[in-house]
Design a protein around this ligand. Structure first.
Ligand SMILES: Nc1ncnc2c1ncn2[C@@H]1O[C@H](COP(=O)(O)OP(=O)(O)OP(=O)(O)O)[C@@H](O)[C@H]1O
Ligand SMILES: [Mg+2]
Length: 281
């Protein structure tokens, strides 16, 4: 398969009075069409920075991004973005909030066609009975369902999600992971999602991209996740590879994330030297 999205030598550098603050440097990643990628790394390493350059919400300092054969510059409806909270207009219903974007993107479609799109996506995220409620009348989980429906309804080439379930309790999070992955599967959309949650990454991803710590964060390691799809949470967790992959991710975050891959020497095994041994006598 050919590359659909390519991030090449991507960098984010902020000039400061004390010199340049290099947040991300030499970030390289190739994504195939329809892949689900998660980006994982320590808080502050630069995950949102990479995502917002992809979204066109933050300038690229060095390098570039190609999506579907075109170099990106600025934001556009070809990329759908879902953040931790969906920023809905409070005076509009869920339906009207989703319609707002649909009207802009599908301006040549008929009114009935647009209504059909909005109703379809709100129904598949589970808001069939609540689509005419305003955000204040919806729970946080329901508001995030609106955010997901809105992103898919615009039929973007790529979906970018920045910890979309970070504010939700674990049961709601599980439900919405299922909603998201079903929509992703049916729409065959290319997705990049930032998460802190190792289990979420293992459940959703085709590949997990682990970032090293900043400053000058880069891709540390990429883990391929081959659990068969469609995935059942229970089957994934009972898969013979699950715990090994989970351990590897945690080990990366606890140990290897702190080292730069370009300069990393192999880890030395920790062997107690004689003077460290407690004299048993
Ligand atoms: N305008 C700015 N000027 C200088 N540094 C900035 C600016 N904006 C963000 N940063 C720095 O960039 C770094 C990366 O931030 P980013 O939000 O991308 O991290 P993150 O990996 O998404 O963290 P988290 O997991 O907490 O969301 C941080 O150290 C932050 O302080
Ligand atoms: Mg972030």
């Amino acid at each position: 398969m050919s590359t659909y999205v390519e991030l090449s030598k991507l960098a984010k550098i902020y000039p400061t009075p004390k010199g340049n603050a290099v947040i991300v440097r030499d970030f390289n990643l190739k994504i195939q069409q329809g892949e689900f990628i998660t980006l994982i790394g320590h808080s502050g390493c630069g995950k949102s920075t990479v995502l917002s350059m992809l979204a066109g919400l933050s300038d690229i300092s060095e390098g570039g991004i190609i999506l579907a054969g075109r170099e990106l510059s600025g934001a556009g409806p070809d990329r759908g973005v879902v953040f931790q909270s969906p920023s809905l207009l409070p005076w509009m219903t869920a339906y009207e909030n989703v319609m707002l974007g649909v009207e802009q993107v599908f301006f040549t479609a008929s009114k009935a066609e647009r209504a059909e799109i909005v109703e379809y996506y709100l129904t598949v995220v589970g808001l069939g009975d609540s689509m005419h409620k305003k955000p204040a009348e919806l729970s946080q989980g329901m508001r995030q369902r609106v955010g997901i429906a809105r992103a898919f309804a615009l039929k973007p080439k790529m979906l970018l999600l920045d910890e979309p379930f970070g504010m939700l309790d674990s049961l709601t999070r599980y439900e919405l992971q299922q909603v998201l992955i079903e929509l992703w599967r049916k729409n065959k959309i290319t997705a990049l999602m930032v998460t802190h949650d190792v289990d979420e990454a293992l459940f959703l991803s085709d590949r997990i991209v682990c970032m090293t710590d900043g400053p000058a964060a880069e891709v540390g390691e990429i883990m391929t996740v081959n659990f068969p799809r469609p995935r059942e949470r229970k089957a994934v967790m009972e898969h013979p590879d699950y715990y090994q992959l989970r351990e590897q991710l945690i080990e990366f975050l606890e140990v290897r994330a702190h080292r730069k891959p370009s300069s990393a020497a192999p880890l030395k095994p920790i062997v107690p030297s004689e003077k460290n041994l407690i004299n048993p006598a």
